[in-house]
Ligand binder design. Structure first.
Ligand code: 0X9
Ligand code: ZN
Length: 429
């Protein structure tokens, strides 16, 4: 037989074998893991549903079970939910029957995702020594190139450490910024623990850029701190939101029931497994098989276990969205002894942000303002003795949610930087 024909037969047979093997493991839950084509959200809508009583919570739970309505964000006053195009009419009926108020925030999620991905004009116009801008969202690779650039350009100020590797073997890179003074205190900052919260790594890299590029003119309370910054805590998840499913939250470890991902912000070791967590690997708040089961969270624990740094004064973890400045404890309705200090600095931070550009960030205890959720990194940071532990939920308050258009990056990142200044000012005293 001719070589070409043999090859064709072989190719067809291989395709058939693949097609035969696949269906047994593909189901609706894991569909997006097996197809290379990105998940689409055509006609899907984000609605904000106001809470009046516990009855509303029950209705939302039923909507989740019956129509796959998923929760994006939720606080004491409202819940933002994603409604699939096919369920829009039915969900509307249920809410109206139950007299529940709601408003449509995003009419067509797919359209918004596509707008977000458009390259920014400035992006192509400027030529820098690194590929990062704050007018568009960037890949992990670009972020790492930026970190490399900083170390190369400012070797006496910046150094890089790989504290571990993700499930898919991406490095977890921590940038240390320090003038080397022996009396310095230390501050931890991380971004991107939740994959879809793109404004977080964007803001954290903005903070780094501002601190380093203007180092000489920084006040002493910035200069006399050893900064440890992990801009992309969950690189696999982040890349997955760029390539395949914009709405992915967790990391990419393979769990049971053919589902992927652990919520790294339920996998930390303080009160692991408590309220607001799930043992179901298909859940968005899956806590993992045990505390620190994931390499991404274990790497941070390992870093703190082994660091010579004794005086961490703050642990700042950046998320989105909602414009909240949250402080522990988050695992339940319990306050730490120094709650008043955390509340005071949280309030001060919110005030400074408001003075900056009129945006309202609400400070307060996270279990009270949002919901109890155990095994989060902020509680763990607090539990190892870091006084000023905060989760900052960046913009917005629900107009665009996770899909914040890139033109808001800079303004949001300035708010994040402002909070960093408030906290470091406090610690220096
Ligand atoms: O639920 C979370 O992990 C955070 N909100 S988000 O919408 N970004 O997912 C809030 C965590 C607050 N901290 C604790 N509950 N400890
Ligand atoms: Zn988050």
């Amino acid at each position: 037989m001719e070589r070409g024909l043999l090859f064709a037969i072989f190719a067809v047979l291989s395709l058939l074998a693949l097609a035969n093997a696949a269906p047994s493991s593909i189901n609706e839950e894991n569909f997006d893991q097996f197809v290379v084509t990105p998940v689409r959200y055509d006609g899907d809508q984000m609605w904000s549903v106001s809470f009046t009583d516990d009855q509303t919570r029950k209705v939302i739970k039923t909507l989740n079970e019956e129509f796959d309505v998923t929760l994006w964000a939720n606080n004491h006053a409202a819940a933002d939910v994603l409604v699939k195009q096919s369920a829009v009419n039915k969900v509307r009926e249920v809410l109206e029957d139950n007299n529940i108020q709601y408003s449509v925030q995003i009419e067509d999620l797919q359209k918004l995702i596509e707008l977000e991905a458009l390259p920014s004009k400035q992006n192509t116009a400027t030529k820098l020594d690194h590929p990062l801008t704050w007018t568009a969202y960037h890949s992990t690779e670009d972020i790492f190139k930026f970190l490399d650039y900083l170390v190369e350009k400012y070797p006496n100020l910046c150094s890089l450490q790989t504290i571990g590797y993700s499930v898919e073997n991406r490095p977890l890179k921590v940038l240390k910024i320090s003038n080397g003074n022996s009396g310095n205190k230390a501050i931890w900052i991380d971004g991107g623990i939740h994959a879809r919260e793109w404004i977080s790594p964007a803001s954290v890299t903005y903070i780094v850029n501002e601190l380093v590029e203007n180092w000489e003119s920084q006040p002493d309370h910035i200069k006399n701190v050893n900064w440890y910054v992990l801009p992309v805590h969950n690189p696999d998840g982040y890349e997955y939101t760029r390539s395949t499913n914009r709405m992915w939250r967790k990391n990419r470890s393979k769990g049971g029931n053919n589902c992927f991902g652990v919520d790294l912000n339920r996998n930390y070791g303080y009160k692991w497994g408590g309220e607001g967590t799930s043992s179901n690997p298909c859940s968005d708040i899956y806590r993992g098989s045990k505390a620190f089961s994931e390499p991404e969270s274990a790497a941070v624990k390992n870093f703190f276990d082994n660091t010579e740094e004794k005086k961490f004064g703050a642990f700042l973890t950046f998320h989105s969205y909602g414009q909240w400045i949250l402080h522990p404890w988050g695992y339940g309705n319990v306050l730490p002894d120094d709650h008043e200090d955390l509340a005071r600095v949280g309030k001060e931070g919110a005030k400074k942000i408001k003075e900056l550009d009129h945006q309202v960030y609400t400070p307060g205890n996270s279990a009270a303002l949002l919901y109890p959720a155990a095994g989060a990194s902020d509680d763990w940071g607090k539990s190892i003795g870091i006084k000023y532990s905060y989760t900052i939920e960046l913009r917005d308050t629900g107009r665009y949610g996770f899909v914040l258009p890139p033109e808001y990056i800079e303004a949001t990142a300035k708010e994040a930087l402002s909070f960093v200044f408030t906290v470091s000012g406090e610690i220096a005293n």
